[in-house]
Design a protein around this ligand. Structure first.
Ligand code: ATP
Ligand code: MG
Length: 397
């Protein structure tokens, strides 16, 4: 298992650093997740060895973030990020420290971390070092800032959104003074790059409790300081997160009064993300206004149709047709033709049969043929289509 490898590699790295006279521990998310009995995303090591010393201990390393003290150790089981204990200097811009200082004490390093549940360490013999009550907060399901919340959010405004994101991932409550800190410093969110805010929303959208996060964003007033013009948060109670964040973006867009992808431009979503969300909005709107024709089933991907349908249900615009997701699958599968390239005639055929020159009529006619086939008035058969085409032409089309 990959995760197991990451742990083994990290413990190996710790042993070797210790053999060379240094101190080293596992820190951050991996400690939190292992105490919860969940697989960790990445198993990070912190040490009192400075980067040059780390590089001298291991044969294979890569400089991934030397300036902030990180060396990647290429362990055969899994690469391990090894970061020198550090504190952060002053924060001029509410997002990044102006400089980092390497320190020799683990306690100093843990103190600069954001939340108590993220500020624990695990030694090579699996002892937990917990200086801020992280274990208890983990047991009680609490997100609590390390130290004075307002100060911590002033230093780095992204932490406010991180608190909310962790509450959504873990289903935890944000402790009162931490939450107050967010309410007080919400305005600082505008210092944070849109891409980093988007990345937090992506995580919220695939988390266990997006509704919790969205409610916290509204209650803390962070919504007023999100990028772009005022964004409506709306109710996420019925929204069920999927595996992919575009579902969340699509739902978010549908909750805006104008129901378009404008907020996705603001948050710098990718073109692919915007494309699928545009499709979902279009499918949603046609479903609740006049229902889907065979043409809609043809044009939209199954995933788009299903998502639009489920959203219509959440947003209480329940359509009369289709009646279920299974019905959507059937309707799509039963189409006479699945994609344009399945059409057995081309523009060349039409030119040959008509003796006319190419032009905009070609595309129009091919579209018309497609509609006739989808509506089962014509079969996808060369001869049949030719007869239809010639008789249509004779009737003046
Ligand atoms: P995930 O499972 O999402 O990766 P994580 O806890 O590992 O969660 P990371 O963003 O990978 O989160 O950061 C690793 C650790 O670094 C955190 O656990 C925390 O101790 C510290 N950290 C990260 N970002 C900040 C921040 N903005 N301010 C203070 N500490 C931070
Ligand atoms: Mg991590």
């Amino acid at each position: 298992m990959i995760k197991q490898n990451a742990w083994e590699a990290a413990f190996d790295v710790i042993s070797l650093l210790e053999e060379n006279g240094y101190e080293a521990v596992i820190v951050g998310g991996a400690v939190r997740d292992s105490l919860r009995g969940h697989p960790a995303n990445d198993v990070d090591v912190a040490t009192n060895a400075v980067p040059e010393e780390v590089k001298a201990v291991f044969i294979h390393t890569a400089d991934v973030g030397i300036s902030h003290g990180t060396v990647l150790v290429i362990h055969p089981l899994s690469p391990v990020e090894v970061t020198t204990y550090r504190t952060e200097g002053t924060y001029q811009d509410h997002r990044r420290p102006d400089e980092v200082h390497f320190v020799s004490s683990l306690a100093e390093d843990l103190k600069r971390r954001d939340f108590t549940i993220n500020a624990m360490a695990m030694s090579g013999n699996q002892e937990i070092i917990d200086l801020f009550g992280g274990k208890e907060d983990l047991q009680n399901g609490v997100i609590r800032a390390v130290g004075e919340p307002i100060e911590r959010f002033k230093e780095d405004a992204l932490r406010m959104l991180r608190a909310i994101r962790f509450s959504a991932q873990l289903g935890f409550q944000i402790e009162d003074s931490t939450f107050e800190g967010i309410s007080k410093q919400a305005k600082d969110l505008h210092f944070i790059a849109k891409e980093r805010i988007k990345a937090e929303f992506d995580k919220i959208f695939v988390s266990e409790h997006p509704e919790k996060a969205m409610q916290n964003i509204k209650q803390s007033g962070l919504d007023e300081f999100l990028p772009g013009e005022y964004i409506q948060i709306g109710s996420w109670e019925n929204f069920e997160a999927g595996m992919e964040s575009w579902k969340g973006w699509a739902f978010f867009c549908l909750l805006q009064p104008q129901q378009d992808v404008k907020i996705m431009h603001t948050f710098k979503c990718s073109n692919n993300e915007k494309k699928i969300v545009k499709d979902i909005i279009e499918a949603y709107q046609s479903l609740i206004s006049q229902g889907w024709t065979k043409r809609h089933y043809f044009e939209f991907d199954l995933e788009v149709l299903k998502t639009a349908y489920v959203f219509a249900d959440y947003l209480e615009n329940i359509p009369t047709q289709p009646k279920s997701v299974e019905e959507i699958e059937q309707n799509k599968a039963n189409l006479a033709i699945q994609k344009k390239t399945d059409l057995v005639v081309s523009g060349h055929d039409l030119i040959k049969w008509s003796g006319k020159k190419g032009g905009s009529w070609l595309k129009e006619t091919l579209e018309k043929i497609l509609t006739e086939i989808l509506e089962n008035r014509l079969s996808n058969d060369q001869q049949h289509i030719k007869e239809w085409f010639l008789s249509e032409r004779d009737s003046g089309i």
